[in-house]
Write a new protein. Sequence first.
Length: 686
Amino acid sequence: MRATLFLVLPFAVLASCSSESPSDLQADTTKAKGPDFLAANIDSSVNPAVDFFEFANGRWLKNNPIPSTEGGWGIGNMVYEDIYVKKRKVNEDAAKANVAEGTETQKIGDFWVAGMDSVKADKEGVKPLEAQLKMIDGITGAADAVKVIAELNKLGTDACWSLYVDQDAKNSSKIAVILYQGGLGLPDRDFYFNKDSGVTTVRDAYPGHVSRMLQLLGQDDKTAEAGGKGVMKMEMELAKASRTLEKLRDDNANYNKMTVADFTKKYCPSIDWKSLLTGYGLGAADTLIVGQPEFFAALDRVLKQTPVNDIKNYLRYHFVSTYAEYLGKTIDDENFAFYGTLLEGQQKQRPRWKRVLDAEEEAMGMVLGKIFVKDYFPEKTKKRYSDMVEAIRSVYRDRIKSLDWMTEPTKQKALEKLEKMTKKVGYPDTWKDYSALKITRQSYAQNMMNAATWSFNDRVARFGKPVDRTEWTMTPQTYNAYYNPSNNEIVLPAGIFLIAGVKDEDADDAMVYGYAAASTIGHEITHGFDDQGRKFDAAGNLSEWWTKEDADQFMKRADVMVKQFDQFEPLPGMHINGGTTLGENLADYGGVLLGLEAFKKTDQYKKGQKIAGLTPVQRYFLGYALGWLYQQKEERLRQRLLSDVHSPAKWRVNGPFANVPEFYEAFKVKEGDPMWRPDSLRVKVW
Ligand SMILES: [Zn+2]
């Protein structure tokens, strides 16, 4: 749910969310064996000119309600359903295998056995966390507290701040130590202030949830109740000093390089950063990149002013919350009631075996990935999508050359960046070495702590070494993709190209150009040129390579997109934030344009034959909408509107399409239709 043990720097990264596809339908698009995959999802009672998303996906959405164990359900889940079954078999086989200690098979098997043993987890209680809880008990003031915070950070607990060891945004060949605001228990700082009644409900419930967790750690009712309030008060102070999601997208404003001595003196005089860094294993670092200096100035004050008891409860809560899912039933259930039910709308816990596989994915996903790609991503498929990246690159090149608003010097640099953009398709060429990770059958939570430690050490070990540009931060079996500006690379895991129920060779080009070339490949490539990505140059450095005139033109044109999305209102009174979601919306829009242009070069487009009554161009747009086939509970939708830089699925389809002339033509959208926009209000960037 909330706890993610391994932090990845929140740059311009990230890509596709989830979507859906029907497993029970016959997958056939080219031959006439069964119902056409795209046609089968269509709700013909909806006019595509009124709401294209509902038209394209409506029948599937009606026939596939969100299971009670889920906060949302869509195409990504269908892909994962299949992967879960395969992974379970790998795990069960590994558990039975007679293999040597330290092998990957031993780790998989033992992780599974420990994870599935709920009786043992119940009996253990919070025993795996004992050493750290004792450390927290011993805190006498702010100076002790920060040392404990650093220890908890190493175990993946994001208390008070976030520490990253990652590429320097302005010098991508160097690894830097980066400090960011952090330490909030609610999903985003806006949860502490937003007046919407649904958000207020969550906020009001939070101190009670914290109290119950403290009770489960052994505090009596009264003490725990006061504790919950104290934690909320402290977090409120941190939230006040935190930047909004929109402001965190300004990479220049969130880059403040300074020496450790200056940072300490100017912002954090009561925290000994030099010795903290040594404790992290980063004693050699003499400079820091500080995301939000004013946050750390506030933190310095908050730590001094907050009663030490509240700080201790804050740390107890955040630590136990990180591992709640891997502990016994009472703590797990309380954590779920808040983060699962209240924030996501899940009525019931997902089956334990799936949750164990999720945890395993987080702990050592690359080990599973090695096995996964053998089954799922043959060379032929890899080649299809590698070629598709080049097809997209080629049409983007032409589009940049013919832009009427960009001047020649900026065009040259943009083209250079496009040429140098690296593609990683399917799976890594080299696999991470997990030999230092210890996994046993003794304790599920302990295994997760070991994995967090392994991951932390792995990141710290990068410091002072040359940057390893072969790394992947997503596993091959992930239904997602990302653009990493520091490496100027797109990373496309094998999982994102799967369509549940359809064999890759059975999927026609029109559908695949919409589903993959547009919504994934074109989307990620465009991230290199969205409002955030465009600030990084061909070598992956944050630097100004646009002329002022071109940058102004870009922002003026992008602003049309901001205004379009500001108007969308997925929940009564709650609008999409066009500024926060701008990068993703631009990437979606670019992806749709580039995918279509590339599709126009295929034989299927040129022949123009209908399949299941649909023209190639219609199938292209439907294929794109299939990539966002997804519905979610109101609770999750509300949460995401405040904490996600992606727009909800429906607007990731209807939003960009309303700017594309071929869409109007393909579905006969006329002036006055809800999907229609006058030419003057359409986005024209690429
Ligand atoms: Zn994206």
